[in-house]
Design a protein around this ligand. Sequence first.
Ligand code: ADP
Ligand code: MG
Length: 315
Amino acid sequence: MPSKPRIVVALGGNALGNTLPEQMQAVKTTARIIVDLAASGLELILVHGNGPQVGIINNAMTDYANHIKSTSLTPLSVCVAMSQAYIGYDLQNSIHEEFLTRGIEPPPIATMLTQTRVDADDPAFQAPTKPIGTFMTQEEAREAAGERGWVVHEDAGRGFRRVVASPQPQEIIELNAIRAMVEDGSLVICCGGGGIPVIQQGCHLSGAVAVLDKDLAASLLADSLAADILLILTTVEKASLHYRQPDEQFLDQLTVSEAEIYAKAGHFAPGSMLPKIQAACSFVRNHPERRAIITLLDKAADALAGRTGTLIKEG
Ligand code: ADP
Ligand code: MG
């Protein structure tokens, strides 16, 4: 029997929602989409974002530390680990139920808490850009910067927010464990929120103050597992040029070199579409047999069949 196509699926924020109740609801739809794909004979590995969740956890732990003065602040790396566990739980639970509801015996479904190594000298640490947590007044921001050493930026006229670095994922520490589970037939959820950022210090992996990009981590994972397809599921059906302009042009297909030209020309917003395009390009570069697809969550099957989405291929 030929092996199943191996697909790394990167689930965007719309697969999970922004609050606990929203997530409980959203994962039901996500589970239907995932089980449709699994039932069509694909080998799936799931990666998900964690922006809102890590923000909620970070805020809750910070409030706790503010109230109980003897408590120290929870490191951001620990907040990412908590978000992986909580999101993994909801996904495992709903995907399992969806298989059973259809009368299909579920495969083993497992979440792997994943650490992703980043470089200590990644320039992103010198220029934190990723906003997390609640908005603060200028006074609160000054206090947080002084007492906690946070970097705080004004966020688009809406107040002040803590910003953290988002360095480049270099290595997935649990890769061999993930591979073993995948090859044993498990449906694995891993690299949540891009992974728990860690820096190598001799034998020690030290949690870093960072939140990684899940699309870049999914790309590294897909490459490391020699996947056939990187499927990025998000809130737009296709990437476009002149996004939201009167002359918007939806992209059906892109080569790596075309994508790089358009990226350089500023068509893809940093922090949203740009990392998806970069993730897609780095996965397919020098691999003409690989495909990367960007599409809407609920168009996943259509896009895999070539009916929609933006397809990124080498040359
Ligand atoms: P996710 O949670 O799936 O990672 P993001 O919000 O990070 O979602 O990225 C998807 C968003 O990227 C879209 O909703 C859209 O607003 C934005 N975007 C920016 N530039 C483009 C573009 N050129 N084409 C399509 N979408 C774009
Ligand atoms: Mg995103």
